[in-house]
Design a protein around this ligand. Structure first.
Ligand code: PLP
Length: 312
């Protein structure tokens, strides 16, 4: 829902400041932003199966997924396609939306924070808003409280969810800078036009506050660093296996990418038999454990992942 709101916010902003022609969004291939119509329309059109939903789905513009490693620079060649899209379409483009640093459900791909620095500069140059979807990465998952901190780049609109409540209650949040809030408040409607019944639900908000206080009162950076080390060490043997294309970790995310997609019917019972719950998708066998998971449990989890992949 945070993404749905972010898209509405971007469009209402441009309408309010007298630029109603800006109604398209540029999103990235391999991106995932949710399953409602607005959010789905900015997911990867192939893995998001846009063809199933026909005319109901707005048509947006897609740039290639970043292909620069997390720990390296982002060469200018990476920005050519998105620069072309922006220069051709900026008059009709309201915003660019990306998952900063980690493309999650669209492939668990990690990319260079430098890409975000260059993207911010491009958005500024073409007068297009920048939306970061930190629904999966927010609240420490990548080792920084927010993934955008790897790049020290600020978006105009930020989407949060999932770990906002530690997963205990459904709640999402869409944050924006003053340019957006002023633009909308000073515009024709005078307020942002979104108000579902349970917006700002007090119980969910209290849960979020408690969860954030708990997170920040814990040594979460150390916990995530320890998890990173344990995931890296535990999953490393998988890199030698014939079925495996790559093993990678970032913060508290561990991924084994296979050469071929897994058959869920076969694989999931194999994990259950080993006492762990892992939900692979496509070619990815991955884990995003809770920060409180102890060393022995991570060892059991990674051993099961390596063991199951070895049987494939
Ligand atoms: C980056 C990202 N954005 C949006 C969503 C959608 O969130 P929800 O399933 O809570 O609607 C997800 C869910 O996996 C996500 O990973």
């Amino acid at each position: 829902m945070a993404v749905e709101v972010a898209l509405k916010m971007a469009l209402q902003y441009w309408y309010s400041v007298g630029n109603p022609g800006k109604q398209k969004v540029i999103a990235l291939r391999n991106g995932y932003h949710g399953d409602t119509f607005g959010a789905m329309a900015v997911c990867d059109p192939v893995t998001g199966m846009h063809h199933l939903f026909g005319e109901m789905l707005p048509r947006h513009l897609f740039a290639p997924a970043p292909n620069c490693a997390f720990d390296g620079p982002c060469p200018d060649s990476e920005m050519v396609a998105i620069t072309d899209l922006l220069s051709q379409h900026h008059r009709e483009v309201a915003a660019v939306i990306v998952e900063p640093v980690v493309q999650g459900a669209g492939g668990m791909r990690f990319y260079s924070p430098d890409y975000l620095v260059k993207l911010r500069a491009l958005c500024d140059a073409f007068d297009v808003l920048l939306i970061f979807d930190e629904i999966a990465t927010g609240f420490g998952r990548t080792g920084k409280l927010f993934a955008l901190q790897h790049a020290a780049v600020e978006p105009d609109i930020l989407c949060l969810g999932k770990a906002l409540t530690g997963g205990y209650m459904t709640l999402a949040a869409t944050l924006c800078n003053q340019r957006i809030s002023r633009g909308i408040s000073d515009g024709e409607a005078g307020a942002f036009m979104h108000g579902p019944t349970f917006m700002g639900n007090p119980l969910a908000c209290a849960t979020a506050i408690a969860s954030i206080e708990l997170l920040l009162s814990q040594p979460w950076q150390r916990q995530v660093a320890n998890l990173n080390k344990a995931l890296g060490e535990g999953l490393a043997p998988a890199a030698e296996l014939p079925a495996v294309a790559q093993v990678r970790t970032l913060g508290a995310i561990g991924v084994i990418e296979l050469e071929e997609p897994v058959d869920m019917q076969t694989v999931q019972p194999m994990f259950v038999e080993r006492g762990v719950w892992v939900r692979p998708f496509g070619k990815l066998v991955y884990a995003m454990p809770p920060y409180v998971m102890g060393t022995e449990d991570v060892a059991a989890l990674t051993a099961a992942m390596v063991d199951v992949v070895a049987q494939l």
